[in-house]
Design a protein. Structure first.
Length: 331
């Protein structure tokens, strides 16, 4: 490969002070930075013609349409990029970047959901291949499960290692399919419909600290909550433009305190709810500026407590942190 003489080094621009809510209210969420490509994790690299054509033009591999996100216990950010048709891995601790699912039996066609378990194994749902692909900690292919017998169009995915569960949202069949980590089919949750426990084009899923699963029921405009055995518990949301309502909910995450974060691709914001489904706060807004969104999708919680949101059409990951004050218990 022909290398150009220039060497591209990423320089991080100063981050403006962007917070929610606005003064005079006490700020609760702060925008930290955006991640746009490999230059945000690699200190510098040689620049090739291929990099220039396929990346951001500065020698880095740029995000094209980020969707699913996951931050593992080692601080590695996994981005299922539906434009690249691969999973891009940002290893901040080791200042390295690599791409998962490039070739062999573990090749990916349309990755959407990504998660890891307590052994460091990586699970990726592939909507085009109707399967879940499993890799070891370093990205080596281990096995795959699901297939057309059990899955039509798998999208969101969540692993509950404590209960040996892999939850896969099958959006086309309007259900959640439950496997164990060996790939054995255990049960299905839900069916098509508007009633409690039914779905209308579900998208993403997250497991809370209590093991309850939270499913974005997109065209029923709500989030439904089930216990680990798949029994319906509650729901919150509803169609509309009011506080706590949804227009096109996509990503969902649950933090260590049980707060639920829901990205709405039409509202271009993230709403935060408590464990009972009561709205606490929202942040974001339509735009291309710092902290703004253009069709947000997946959300991930970092071990550092930061919130990572896939900003699809802005081709970046936005990072936020919750602001805590002395004397607050974090609830």
């Amino acid at each position: 490969m022909l290398l150009l003489a220039a060497c591209a080094t990423h320089k991080e621009a100063p981050v403006p002070d962007v917070v929610w809510p606005l003064p005079p209210d006490k700020p609760r969420v702060k925008f930290v930075k955006s991640i746009t490509g490999s230059g945000d994790v690699e200190p510098g690299r040689s620049r090739s013609i291929l990099d220039t054509l396929t990346g951001g033009g500065d020698g880095t591999t740029g995000l094209t349409k980020p969707y699913g996100l996951h931050m593992d216990r080692d601080g590695r950010l996994f981005v299922a990029d539906t434009g690249w048709h691969k999973v891009l891995v940002f290893d901040f601790a080791n200042h390295s970047f690599w791409i998962l699912g490039v070739d062999g039996r573990g090749v990916l066609a349309q990755p959407v959901g990504v998660d890891t378990d307590d052994q460091g194994r990586i699970y990726v749902s592939d909507a085009a291949q109707a399967r879940v692909v499993v890799y070891d900690h370093d990205g080596n292919y281990l096995n795959a499960f699901g297939g057309r017998e059990f899955l039509a169009k798998p999208v969101g995915l969540a692993v509950d290692a404590a209960r040996d569960r892999v939850y896969v949202v099958d959006t086309r069949e309007h259900r959640v399919v439950v496997f164990d980590r060996a790939g054995n089919h255990l049960r299905d949750i839900g069916a098509h419909g508007p009633d409690a426990g039914q779905f209308n084009w579900p998208t993403n899923i997250a497991v809370g600290p209590d093991g309850n699963i939270h499913v974005v029921d997109m065209l029923n405009f709500r989030v439904q909550v089930f216990n680990p055995e798949g029994e319906y518990l509650t729901a919150f949301g509803g169609v509309g433009r009011g506080f706590g309502q949804f227009s096109k909910p996509k990503g969902v995450a649950v933090d260590a305190d049980g707060r639920v974060y829901v990205a709405d691709a039409a509202f271009n914001n993230v709403q935060i709810f408590d464990g009972r489904g009561r709205l606490l706060l929202f942040f974001g807004g339509m735009g291309v500026g710092p902290g703004q969104f253009w069709m947000p999708a997946g959300i991930a919680m970092g071990a550092d407590g930061k919130v990572y949101v896939a900003d699809q059409f802005n081709k970046r990951i936005n990072v936020y942190e919750l602001i805590r004050y002395p004397g607050e218990d974090g609830s």
